[in-house]
Design a protein around this ligand. Sequence first.
Ligand code: SAM
Length: 248
Amino acid sequence: MTGATPPRTRFTVLTLFPEIVRAYTAEGVIGRAVRRGLVAVEPLDLRPFGEGRYQALDDVPFGGGAGMVMKPEPLARAIEAAGPASWRVVLSASGRPFRQADAERFAELEHVVLLCGRYEGVDARVADRYMDDAVSIGDYVLSGGELAALVVLDATLRLVPGVLGNAESLREESYQAGGLEHPHFTRPATWRGDAVPEVLLSGHHGRVAAWRRQEARRRTAALRPDLLAGDPGPDTVPGSRPGRSEES
Ligand code: SAM
C-alpha cells in the first residue's frame, strides 16, 4: 500500500468463505494492484452475522422444497456493516448476464459490494431491499457466488487505470470493441513444424493490422456470430476503432 491516496475502486465481498477471495486477490495482476494501493478488495465474513448458538445463516424455504435459503437479517446486518456503496450486486444464476460493458462501468465506481450466495440463494427480500443489481456469469449453476464474484472483480479491476502495465493490451482485447480478439503467436517462428502466419514476420504494420482485423472478424463470425448481429462493419472488431493506431 502507498497510503498516499485512497484506492480508485474498492470491492467488498460478502461471503461465507473469505479465504477464497483472499487467496485469489493476493496473486497476479490484481494482487499487485492491491499491494500498490490502486484498488482494494475486502472480503467480509458472513458467519459472525449468523444467528443463535451456531451462527446460522440459512433456514428452510417457505413453501417447502429441497435446500436451504440464506436468512434475511444476518445478510442485512452484513450489508449495513459494509457501509455506503456506489453499487450493490448479488451474484445469482438467475441474474442478468455480466458483460464487458458492466466491467467498464464498475471500474468507474468507488465502492462496489458483492453478495455471494450459498445454498439455494438469498431471501428475495434482501435483494429487493438492498441490491441494485443481480448478475450471472453464465448459464450454469455454481455451488456458491465466490467464483462469480471473483470473475466480476477481476474483469473490473484490470480496467482500472494503472492496474495493467500495458494499457495498449486492453485496446485490442476480446469484447473491448464488440468482437473476439485475433490469435496470438510468439517465438519460435516455427514450432514442431507449425509456422506462424507469414504476414506477422513482414514488419509491415499496416498489413499486420489488416490481418488481425480480418482474423478477429473471422473468429467472431465462426464462434460468436451473436456478437456481429447488427454489426455496422469492420470497426466493431477489436483494434479497429476509428482513430486507432495501425501499430497497436
Ligand atoms: N437455486 C439457485 C438457482 O437455481 O438459480 C442456485 C443457487 S447456487 C447453488 C448458490 C449460489 O451460487 C447462488 O446464490 C449464487 O450466488 C451463486 N451462483 C450460482 N451460479 C451462478 C452463476 N451462474 N452466476 C453467478 N452466481 C452464481
